[in-house]
Every structure is written in structure tokens, then in C-alpha cells.
Design a protein around this ligand. Structure first.
Ligand SMILES: Cc1cc2nc3c(=O)[nH]c(=O)nc-3n(C[C@H](O)[C@H](O)[C@H](O)COP(=O)(O)OP(=O)(O)OC[C@H]3O[C@@H](n4cnc5c(N)ncnc54)[C@H](O)[C@@H]3O)c2cc1C
Length: 383
């Protein structure tokens, strides 16, 4: 693993590991059971510089890279997936588009507030009729003098109810031949009239993360809130999702590791038929498989992150990392519950939470089917 990480990465990883162990893990069950958004942890992460890890210091970020960011996401996920996704959605989905596509004025205006954690970021792509097929966006933005008038609805917006700023897509050219080409990106601040935050979704996992439907009702935005080029929003958001897939990969890795560690501890304590259950191959072999797959997942994840940091094409690698680690997390969490027997099914052990938190990794930021589609397209494009 030496080639992915330098001393700065290791220092950050140790600091996040310490924070996760001391501040996040002790309240993870309570957050989950009460579906309580971890505001105090967001503040603490802001103070520690974790809300803008891959962004330049000029914009208030930590001036680090994607590898550092993925390490932090991995460590947070080991303790609490809800906290990890709050930070990850903010960083790679909410903040990235402004950093990557924004004007200098937009960056100066929004990034310092976001990288400090004062304003959480959120990302609005999915709609009731447009999920995997994001080109089916129905939200519209119609020019009116110096403003846009926006109408529509977004589904499942992570951080939606706590966001200071939301980036979202809307159709700006309904007559475009390919509807993906008639979509643009916009920035909206939370207190904008016409921005209506719907009720919080009740979820199987990630229960402390803040997921909302969001409505735009004759919402007026100044012209300068267009983000990036007019009618280029679809491509911009697809590029954003490529990076977001590294976040999900890091979460899958962290969750699989947590499932492995919990299982390792349990098989050393639990006895059956007069011996520790680790003595049964039926119990120990899944642990061998978990460890092997975790190492493979680590390489896939940090290879994709490193390629991104080197400015190389990483679409294929991010897709493979996301697909592999999310399916690994679901399998490993399931295996961990099995290893714990009946105790894995009750809330006294964290594996029950891991099991519920894992599934969404195969759905969010492109389902496993969509990852296979992206990967197949990439590997077959020259053939
Ligand atoms: C907790 C949570 C948080 C989320 N956070 C955000 C967020 O912050 N911002 C945001 O914009 N979205 C967010 N999402 C939305 C998420 O990205 C979508 O749910 C996901 O992309 C799938 O879209 P869908 O739910 O509409 O499913 P659909 O697109 O309707 O898919 C249904 C099924 O059909 C399959 N399918 C669809 N098309 C194909 C195809 N071409 N080939 C093969 N299979 C196909 C899918 O894989 C899936 O199995 C979140 C979702 C959840 C549950």
C-alpha cells in the first residue's frame, strides 16, 4: 500500500481514525436509532478541516487530494456510515461542482463557507421520474429578464434539510435534440423563496443522514447562479458522479472492514461445541475471503483516487471500485450477521446496523447495474 500514501496521508488517516473512535463511534447507535442528524459532528469535522479536504487552501480547504479524502471517508465509515455520507455528499457532490465548474466569483462566494463546514452542500440530480436515467430531468429553468424561474422536484437529496447551498440540474433547452444536452446546473442558497424542503425520508440504513425531497416552486434565481456552461449541466453532473463513486467505494471499503473487525472479535469470544467458533472452517473461511476481498477493494479504491489526483482518466476505475466495494460491503455485512448468529440480528451488536447501512451503496450514485453499464461501455469502446 506504500505507493498510494505519503506521510501527510497517514497523519490525516490517524487523526480521522482517532476522531471517529472517540467522537463518532460512541454515538453511532444512538444517531441511527433516533434518526438524529449529527450536527455536532459536522461542526467538529469543520473545525478539524475535514469538510474541504481536497480543495485548495485559497478557498479554505485543506489543500490535500482525493487519496486523503478517500482515507477520511473510509475511517469515518468504519464508525458511522451516516456521518461519513454527510461529509462525503457535501464534499464530492455539493462542493465539487462549484470548485470544478464555478466562476472565480462563485468560488470566492461559496467555497470558504463550504470547506469550513459552515454551509453544508447538497446535490440535486435525481427526480421522481429521473434516477438512473438522469437525462429524463423534468425540472425546468426558464429565463425571465435577469433571472431564472425554476419549477420541479428532486428526490432523495442527501443533506437536503441542512444544506446551506444546493447544486441542481434543470432543463434549459426543452427543444434540444438530445435532452441531456438541454440541461444546465444551478446554485441555490437555502433561504431562497420558492425553495421548499419536503419531509425527511425514513430509511432502512443511513438513518442519521438527512435525505429529503426538495421542491422548486416558481423559485427565482439571479442569472449568475447558472453553474458552468449553459446546457452543459448533464455532462458536468456525470463528471461529478465519477468522483462521487470514489466516495462510495471508500465507504464500501470502510464498511467491509468494520464488518470484518466485528466478526474477528466475535469469533474469538463465542464458543460452540466446546470450542471457540473460529476453530470451525465454516466460520473462519468467510473471514479469509473477507480479508482477501478487502485488500482487493483497497487497491481498486485508491488506484481510482490516485488516477484522479494525477489528472488521468479514472471513469472506468471509479466505476469498478464503486461496483466491487459496494457489493463487497453488502456481502461482508451479511456474512458478519451470519457469523454472529442470532446476536447479529439484534441491535446489541453493530453488525445489524452495518447490514442496513450497506445496501444503499449498491444503489446511490449509480446502481450496480449502471456501474456495469459504465464499465462495459468503457472496456468495449475501442472494440
Ligand atoms: C439514501 C439515498 C440518498 C440519495 N442521495 C442522493 C443525492 O444526494 N442526490 C441525488 O441526486 N440522488 C440521490 N439519491 C438517488 C439515487 O442516486 C438513485 O436512487 C439511484 O440513482 C437510482 O435511481 P432510482 O431510484 O430512480 O432507480 P431507477 O433508475 O428507477 O432504477 C430501478 C432499477 O432499474 C435498474 N435500471 C435502470 N436503468 C437501467 C439500465 N439501463 N440497465 C439496467 N438496469 C437499469 C436500476 O439499476 C434499478 O435496479 C439517493 C438515494 C437514496 C436512497
Amino acid at each position: 500500500m506504500a505507493s498510494y500514501f505519503n506521510d501527510e496521508h497517514r497523519m490525516l488517516r490517524d487523526m480521522v481514525r482517532e476522531f471517529a473512535k472517540n467522537e463518532v463511534e460512541p454515538i453511532a447507535d444512538e444517531l441511527d436509532q433516533n434518526e438524529r442528524f449529527p450536527s455536532e459532528l459536522v461542526d467538529q469535522m469543520g473545525d478539524l478541516g475535514l469538510m474541504g479536504i481536497p480543495y485548495p487552501e485559497d478557498y479554505g480547504g485543506a489543500g490535500m487530494d482525493t487519496v486523503a479524502y478517500a482515507l477520511a471517508v473510509e475511517e469515518l465509515t468504519k464508525a458511522c456510515s451516516s456521518t461519513a455520507i454527510t461529509m462525503a455528499a457535501h464534499t464530492s457532490l455539493g462542493t465539487f461542482p462549484i470548485y470544478q465548474f464555478g466562476t472565480e466569483e462563485q468560488k470566492q462566494k461559496y467555497l470558504p463557507k463550504m470547506t469550513s463546514g459552515e454551509w453544508l452542500g447538497a446535490f440535486g440530480l435525481t427526480e421522481p421520474q429521473a434516477g438512473s436515467d438522469a437525462s429524463g430531468t423534468k425540472t425546468t429553468a426558464v429565463p425571465d429578464g435577469d433571472e431564472w424561474i425554476v419549477n420541479g422536484a428532486k428526490m432523495f437529496m442527501t443533506n437536503g434539510g441542512h444544506a446551506g447551498v444546493i447544486v441542481f440540474t434543470a432543463v434549459t433547452d426543452p427543444d434540444a435534440e438530445n435532452v441531456g444536452k438541454g440541461i444546465s446546473c444551478f446554485i441555490v442558497e437555502a433561504d431562497t423563496p420558492g425553495l421548499v424542503i419536503g419531509t425527511k425520508e425514513k430509511k432502512m440504513g443511513w438513518r442519521a443522514s438527512d435525505t429529503h425531497q426538495v421542491f422548486f416552486e416558481d423559485m427565482r434565481l439571479p442569472k449568475e447562479n447558472l453553474l458552468g456552461k449553459l446546457n452543459h449541466g448533464y455532462v458536468q453532473f456525470m463528471e461529478t458522479l465519477d468522483g462521487g463513486r470514489i466516495s462510495v467505494a471508500a465507504m464500501g471499503l470502510g464498511l467491509a472492514e468494520a464488518a470484518f473487525e466485528a466478526s474477528k472479535k466475535y469469533v474469538n469470544e463465542r464458543e460452540a461445541f466446546g470450542r471457540k467458533i473460529k476453530k470451525f472452517q465454516g466460520v473462519s473461511f468467510p473471514l479469509a475471503d473477507m480479508k482477501t476481498k478487502i485488500e482487493a477493494a483497497r487497491h481498486l479504491t485508491f488506484n481510482a483516487a490516485q488516477l484522479k489526483d494525477e489528472g488521468k482518466d479514472f471513469k472506468l476505475e471509479a466505476g469498478m471500485a464503486k461496483l466491487y466495494t459496494s457489493e463487497l460491503a453488502t456481502w461482508a455485512a451479511n456474512q458478519a450477521v451470519q457469523t454472529h448468529g442470532g446476536y447479529g440480528y439484534i441491535k446489541d451488536f453493530p453488525v445489524e446496523r452495518y447490514f442496513r447501512d450497506a445496501k444503499i451503496l449498491e444503489i446511490g450514485e449509480g446502481t450496480s447495474e449502471i456501474q456495469r453499464l459504465v464499465i462495459a461501455r468503457e472496456v468495449l469502446k475501442d472494440s
